[in-house]
Write a protein that binds this ligand. Sequence first.
Ligand SMILES: [Mn+2]
Length: 273
Amino acid sequence: MKVRSVFLSDIHLGTRGCQAERLLSFLREFESEYLFLIGDIIDFWAMGRSIQWSAAQNTVVQKILRRARHGEKVIFIPGNHDEVLREYDGIRFGDILVASEWVHVTADGKRLLLVHGDAYDQVTRHHRWVALLGDIGYDLLVCLNAWLSWLRRSLRIPGYWSLAGYAKRKVKSAVNFICNFEDAVIHAVRERGLDGVVCGHIHSATLKQIDGLLYVNCGDWVDSCTAIVEHLDGRLELIEWRHDRIVASLLQARPTPDTPALELLPHENPVHF
Ligand SMILES: [Mn+2]
Protein backbone atom coordinates (compact mmCIF):
# COMPACT_ATOMS: atom_id res chain seq x y z
CA MET A 1 0.00 0.00 0.00
CA LYS A 2 1.26 3.45 -0.92
CA VAL A 3 1.10 6.03 1.89
CA ARG A 4 2.66 9.47 2.25
CA SER A 5 4.41 8.88 5.58
CA VAL A 6 5.19 6.14 8.04
CA PHE A 7 5.90 7.02 11.68
CA LEU A 8 7.63 4.44 13.88
CA SER A 9 9.02 4.68 17.39
CA ASP A 10 10.37 2.47 20.17
CA ILE A 11 11.61 -0.42 18.05
CA HIS A 12 14.32 -1.22 20.63
CA LEU A 13 16.71 -3.00 18.27
CA GLY A 14 19.32 -4.85 20.29
CA THR A 15 16.87 -6.31 22.80
CA ARG A 16 15.22 -9.70 22.90
CA GLY A 17 11.79 -8.08 23.08
CA CYS A 18 12.14 -6.34 19.70
CA GLN A 19 9.55 -7.79 17.31
CA ALA A 20 11.69 -7.43 14.21
CA GLU A 21 9.87 -10.10 12.16
CA ARG A 22 6.59 -8.34 12.60
CA LEU A 23 8.13 -5.00 11.75
CA LEU A 24 9.58 -6.45 8.55
CA SER A 25 6.18 -7.63 7.41
CA PHE A 26 4.75 -4.19 8.24
CA LEU A 27 7.49 -2.45 6.24
CA ARG A 28 6.84 -4.74 3.31
CA GLU A 29 3.21 -3.69 3.30
CA PHE A 30 3.67 0.10 3.39
CA GLU A 31 5.57 2.05 0.77
CA SER A 32 6.01 5.71 1.62
CA GLU A 33 7.53 9.02 0.67
CA TYR A 34 8.64 9.82 4.24
CA LEU A 35 9.82 7.47 6.96
CA PHE A 36 10.08 9.01 10.41
CA LEU A 37 11.93 7.07 13.10
CA ILE A 38 10.83 8.73 16.33
CA GLY A 39 13.30 7.51 18.93
CA ASP A 40 14.36 4.44 20.88
CA ILE A 41 15.02 2.73 17.56
CA ILE A 42 18.31 1.23 18.77
CA ASP A 43 18.46 0.41 22.47
CA PHE A 44 21.99 1.37 23.48
CA TRP A 45 21.06 1.16 27.17
CA ALA A 46 20.12 -2.51 26.92
CA MET A 47 23.05 -3.27 24.63
CA GLY A 48 25.40 -1.99 27.33
CA ARG A 49 24.26 -4.96 29.41
CA SER A 50 23.88 -7.64 26.76
CA ILE A 51 23.34 -7.48 23.03
CA GLN A 52 20.45 -9.45 21.55
CA TRP A 53 20.83 -8.87 17.85
CA SER A 54 18.97 -11.26 15.55
CA ALA A 55 19.15 -11.78 11.81
CA ALA A 56 15.70 -10.20 11.50
CA GLN A 57 16.96 -7.09 13.29
CA ASN A 58 19.80 -6.87 10.78
CA THR A 59 17.27 -7.09 7.99
CA VAL A 60 15.24 -4.24 9.52
CA VAL A 61 18.31 -2.00 9.38
CA GLN A 62 19.09 -3.09 5.82
CA LYS A 63 15.53 -2.45 4.65
CA ILE A 64 15.51 1.03 6.16
CA LEU A 65 18.87 1.88 4.57
CA ARG A 66 17.61 0.54 1.28
CA ARG A 67 14.47 2.68 1.42
CA ALA A 68 16.62 5.76 2.11
CA ARG A 69 18.89 4.90 -0.80
CA HIS A 70 15.91 4.59 -3.11
CA GLY A 71 14.78 8.15 -2.44
CA GLU A 72 12.49 7.77 0.55
CA LYS A 73 13.07 10.65 2.98
CA VAL A 74 14.21 8.96 6.19
CA ILE A 75 14.51 11.11 9.31
CA PHE A 76 15.87 9.73 12.57
CA ILE A 77 14.80 11.53 15.72
CA PRO A 78 16.76 10.08 18.66
CA GLY A 79 15.08 9.04 21.91
CA ASN A 80 16.51 8.44 25.35
CA HIS A 81 17.69 4.90 24.61
CA ASP A 82 19.58 6.14 21.55
CA GLU A 83 20.47 9.55 22.97
CA VAL A 84 24.12 9.18 21.88
CA LEU A 85 22.84 10.13 18.41
CA ARG A 86 21.50 13.48 19.67
CA GLU A 87 25.00 14.90 19.27
CA TYR A 88 24.54 14.53 15.52
CA ASP A 89 21.56 16.88 15.22
CA GLY A 90 21.32 18.07 11.61
CA ILE A 91 23.90 15.61 10.31
CA ARG A 92 23.27 13.25 7.44
CA PHE A 93 24.50 9.67 7.64
CA GLY A 94 24.38 8.60 4.03
CA ASP A 95 20.76 9.09 3.14
CA ILE A 96 19.42 9.36 6.70
CA LEU A 97 19.08 12.70 8.43
CA VAL A 98 19.40 12.86 12.21
CA ALA A 99 17.36 15.62 13.87
CA SER A 100 16.52 16.10 17.54
CA GLU A 101 13.02 17.12 16.46
CA TRP A 102 11.15 17.92 13.26
CA VAL A 103 8.06 19.76 12.06
CA HIS A 104 6.20 17.76 9.44
CA VAL A 105 3.50 19.34 7.28
CA THR A 106 0.85 16.82 6.25
CA ALA A 107 -0.68 16.73 2.77
CA ASP A 108 -3.68 18.63 4.13
CA GLY A 109 -1.55 21.27 5.82
CA LYS A 110 -1.44 20.19 9.47
CA ARG A 111 1.83 21.20 11.13
CA LEU A 112 2.96 18.42 13.43
CA LEU A 113 5.82 18.37 15.91
CA LEU A 114 7.75 15.11 15.72
CA VAL A 115 9.65 14.38 18.90
CA HIS A 116 10.39 11.24 20.91
CA GLY A 117 8.93 12.71 24.09
CA ASP A 118 11.27 11.76 26.93
CA ALA A 119 11.82 15.47 27.57
CA TYR A 120 8.17 15.61 28.75
CA ASP A 121 8.50 12.60 31.03
CA GLN A 122 9.21 13.94 34.50
CA VAL A 123 10.86 10.70 35.58
CA THR A 124 13.47 10.40 32.84
CA ARG A 125 13.99 14.14 32.75
CA HIS A 126 14.72 14.86 36.38
CA HIS A 127 15.66 11.48 37.77
CA ARG A 128 17.65 9.72 35.12
CA TRP A 129 19.04 7.28 37.67
CA VAL A 130 15.48 6.18 38.51
CA ALA A 131 14.82 5.38 34.86
CA LEU A 132 18.10 3.50 34.48
CA LEU A 133 17.43 1.64 37.68
CA GLY A 134 13.88 0.88 36.52
CA ASP A 135 15.30 -0.75 33.45
CA ILE A 136 17.24 -3.33 35.42
CA GLY A 137 14.96 -3.16 38.43
CA TYR A 138 12.27 -5.57 37.35
CA ASP A 139 14.34 -8.73 37.72
CA LEU A 140 15.57 -7.38 41.00
CA LEU A 141 12.04 -6.74 42.19
CA VAL A 142 11.04 -10.32 41.45
CA CYS A 143 14.03 -11.59 43.41
CA LEU A 144 13.42 -9.17 46.21
CA ASN A 145 9.79 -10.22 46.47
CA ALA A 146 10.74 -13.87 46.87
CA TRP A 147 13.35 -12.94 49.42
CA LEU A 148 10.92 -10.72 51.36
CA SER A 149 8.30 -13.41 51.65
CA TRP A 150 10.97 -15.84 52.82
CA LEU A 151 12.05 -13.26 55.41
CA ARG A 152 8.47 -12.71 56.59
CA ARG A 153 8.00 -16.44 57.02
CA SER A 154 11.29 -16.82 58.88
CA LEU A 155 10.51 -13.96 61.20
CA ARG A 156 6.94 -15.25 61.57
CA ILE A 157 5.45 -11.89 60.56
CA PRO A 158 1.69 -12.40 60.35
CA GLY A 159 -0.49 -11.27 57.43
CA TYR A 160 0.59 -11.18 53.85
CA TRP A 161 1.58 -8.65 51.28
CA SER A 162 -0.82 -8.49 48.38
CA LEU A 163 0.78 -8.57 44.99
CA ALA A 164 -2.62 -7.87 43.38
CA GLY A 165 -3.05 -4.74 45.46
CA TYR A 166 0.40 -3.63 44.56
CA ALA A 167 -0.26 -4.20 40.86
CA LYS A 168 -3.51 -2.22 41.06
CA ARG A 169 -1.77 0.73 42.66
CA LYS A 170 0.82 0.51 39.92
CA VAL A 171 -1.82 0.57 37.17
CA LYS A 172 -3.43 3.63 38.71
CA SER A 173 -0.15 5.48 38.83
CA ALA A 174 0.56 4.38 35.26
CA VAL A 175 -2.71 5.99 34.11
CA ASN A 176 -1.75 9.20 35.90
CA PHE A 177 1.67 9.05 34.35
CA ILE A 178 0.27 8.80 30.81
CA CYS A 179 -2.14 11.71 31.42
CA ASN A 180 0.65 13.91 32.76
CA PHE A 181 2.81 13.04 29.79
CA GLU A 182 0.09 13.86 27.25
CA ASP A 183 -0.70 17.16 28.96
CA ALA A 184 2.96 18.18 29.00
CA VAL A 185 3.43 17.36 25.31
CA ILE A 186 0.23 19.13 24.26
CA HIS A 187 1.22 22.17 26.29
CA ALA A 188 4.49 22.40 24.34
CA VAL A 189 2.67 22.04 21.01
CA ARG A 190 0.27 24.85 21.91
CA GLU A 191 3.11 27.15 22.98
CA ARG A 192 4.72 26.70 19.59
CA GLY A 193 1.53 27.34 17.65
CA LEU A 194 1.51 23.93 15.95
CA ASP A 195 -1.48 21.73 15.17
CA GLY A 196 -0.35 18.55 16.87
CA VAL A 197 2.36 16.12 17.80
CA VAL A 198 3.56 12.66 16.81
CA CYS A 199 5.66 11.14 19.59
CA GLY A 200 6.56 7.83 21.20
CA HIS A 201 8.38 6.95 24.41
CA ILE A 202 5.50 5.72 26.60
CA HIS A 203 4.69 2.62 24.51
CA SER A 204 1.03 3.50 24.29
CA ALA A 205 -0.30 4.00 20.77
CA THR A 206 -2.93 6.73 20.52
CA LEU A 207 -4.51 9.01 17.96
CA LYS A 208 -6.83 11.59 19.46
CA GLN A 209 -7.69 15.24 19.88
CA ILE A 210 -6.81 16.97 23.13
CA ASP A 211 -8.31 20.46 23.45
CA GLY A 212 -8.41 20.91 19.70
CA LEU A 213 -4.86 19.68 19.09
CA LEU A 214 -3.84 16.36 17.63
CA TYR A 215 -2.05 13.98 20.01
CA VAL A 216 -0.56 10.99 18.24
CA ASN A 217 1.66 8.33 19.77
CA CYS A 218 3.29 5.63 17.63
CA GLY A 219 3.31 2.95 20.36
CA ASP A 220 6.12 0.42 20.05
CA TRP A 221 7.50 -2.76 18.44
CA VAL A 222 8.23 -4.61 21.66
CA ASP A 223 4.74 -5.30 22.82
CA SER A 224 1.92 -3.67 20.86
CA CYS A 225 3.40 -3.59 17.30
CA THR A 226 1.79 -0.33 16.26
CA ALA A 227 2.59 2.46 13.83
CA ILE A 228 1.07 5.62 12.44
CA VAL A 229 0.67 6.22 8.72
CA GLU A 230 -0.27 9.37 6.83
CA HIS A 231 -2.38 8.60 3.79
CA LEU A 232 -1.91 10.46 0.52
CA ASP A 233 -4.68 12.93 1.47
CA GLY A 234 -3.05 13.75 4.84
CA ARG A 235 -5.36 11.60 6.95
CA LEU A 236 -3.55 9.89 9.82
CA GLU A 237 -4.26 6.32 10.84
CA LEU A 238 -3.10 4.14 13.73
CA ILE A 239 -2.14 0.68 12.49
CA GLU A 240 -2.11 -2.29 14.85
CA TRP A 241 -0.02 -4.89 13.07
CA ARG A 242 -1.67 -8.10 14.18
CA HIS A 243 -0.57 -11.66 13.63
CA ASP A 244 -3.27 -12.50 11.05
CA ARG A 245 -2.19 -9.55 8.93
CA ILE A 246 1.37 -10.85 8.96
CA VAL A 247 0.21 -14.22 7.75
CA ALA A 248 -1.82 -12.53 5.02
CA SER A 249 1.17 -10.53 3.86
CA LEU A 250 3.42 -13.61 4.03
CA LEU A 251 0.98 -15.52 1.89
CA GLN A 252 1.00 -12.69 -0.58
CA ALA A 253 4.77 -12.67 -0.67
CA ARG A 254 5.11 -16.43 -1.07
CA PRO A 255 1.95 -17.91 -2.56
CA THR A 256 2.79 -21.53 -1.80
CA PRO A 257 0.14 -23.72 -0.17
CA ASP A 258 2.54 -25.01 2.47
CA THR A 259 3.73 -21.71 3.90
CA PRO A 260 4.82 -22.54 7.44
CA ALA A 261 2.85 -21.00 10.27
CA LEU A 262 4.63 -18.01 11.67
CA GLU A 263 6.07 -18.58 15.08
CA LEU A 264 4.88 -16.01 17.57
CA LEU A 265 7.52 -14.43 19.71
CA PRO A 266 6.89 -14.49 23.44
CA HIS A 267 5.25 -11.38 24.76
CA GLU A 268 7.66 -9.31 26.72
CA ASN A 269 6.60 -6.15 28.39
CA PRO A 270 9.25 -3.51 28.63
CA VAL A 271 9.83 -2.52 32.19
CA HIS A 272 10.18 1.11 31.35
CA PHE A 273 10.34 3.43 28.38
MN1 LIG B 1 11.92 6.35 25.27
